[in-house]
Design a protein around this ligand. Structure first.
Ligand SMILES: NC(=O)c1ccc[n+]([C@@H]2O[C@H](COP(=O)([O-])OP(=O)(O)OC[C@H]3O[C@@H](n4cnc5c(N)ncnc54)[C@H](OP(=O)(O)O)[C@@H]3O)[C@@H](O)[C@H]2O)c1
Length: 239
């Protein structure tokens, strides 16, 4: 189950995991066509997939979505809490609505989706939860108080849930991407992009496939003894 899998990083994770034989629930918020296209690509690889619409910050929509997923694909073994948004602006000018929206989707969304799958994972005596944080959740960023607070919250959530579930065979880890080329970062001006590039020791931007490789590892048996960790995939940006 991958939230926000219609585009960007979520889409790449969905395709990479499907290549490795996983059946995928492709969650989206509004972009139905894009989600259906991801489903088609997954099916062409021989795996099963469904597109499921839900706003991850809405408890009722999340619980209805999880019922559909369970009915069509069975209980969730791997949950990737990837859906996320930005509403950037300096704090002085930030609207409370933009603070709440970012916290609701990025942090409460991870809480709601995780809560709705862990009972089945506990029954199955195993599972994987992978949460999408960000380099700015660890270092902060001017203009992103709401976003970086939500992503720092994801780190605390990951570590606490990892401790709660470690004895049940369920691992909970986070990925902290650096600057990844997607529609989210397309919105930034060339000047800001050049500035960010100057802060990346590897001197290049990341791709959504770079994040998909990390997610694949954290979902696999190879990472069975790793929990509560934040894997930075950022070309050295967070060093
Ligand atoms: N790109 C970066 O440089 C970067 C860096 C660090 C962390 N991240 C994190 O990585 C994750 C993915 O980012 P991205 O760059 O791939 O973003 P993106 O290209 O903007 O895609 C966002 C995805 O989230 C979905 N979404 C948005 N609001 C949602 C909601 N309320 N409920 C369910 N789904 C929702 C969108 O669905 P629709 O298509 O239906 O709108 C879309 O599939 C985010 O958590 C982001 O914060 C990104």
């Amino acid at each position: 189950m991958i939230t926000g899998a219609s585009r960007g990083i979520g889409r790449s994770i969905a395709l990479r995991m499907a290549e490795h034989g996983a059946n995928i629930a492709v969650n989206y918020a509004s972009n139905k066509e894009a989600a259906i296209e991801v489903v088609r690509e997954i099916e062409s690889m021989g795996a099963k997939a469904i597109a499921v619409k839900a706003d991850v910050s809405d408890e009722t929509q999340v619980s209805e979505m999880m019922e559909i997923v369970k009915e069509k694909l069975g209980p969730v073994h791997i949950l990737v809490n990837n859906a996320g948004i930005t509403r950037d602006g300096l704090l002085l000018r930030m609207k409370t609505e933009d603070w709440r929206k970012v916290l609701d989707i990025n942090l409460t969304g991870s809480y709601l989706c995780s809560k709705s799958v862990i009972r089945d994972m506990m029954k199955a005596k195993g599972g994987r939860i992978i949460n999408m944080s960000s380099v700015v959740g660890l270092s902060g960023n001017a203009g992103q108080c709401n976003y970086s607070a939500s992503k720092a919250g994801v780190v605390g959530f990951t570590k606490s849930l990892a401790k709660e579930l470690a004895g049940k065979g369920i691992t909970v880890n986070a990925i902290a991407p650096g600057f990844i080329e997607t529609e989210m970062t397309d919105a930034l001006s060339e000047k800001v992009k050049a500035q960010i590039l100057g802060e990346i020791p590897m001197n290049c931007l990341g791709s959504s496939e770079d994040i998909a490789e990390a997610a694949l590892f954290l979902a696999s048996e190879s990472s069975r003894y790793i929990t509560g960790q934040v894997l930075q995939v950022d070309g050295g940006m967070g060093i």
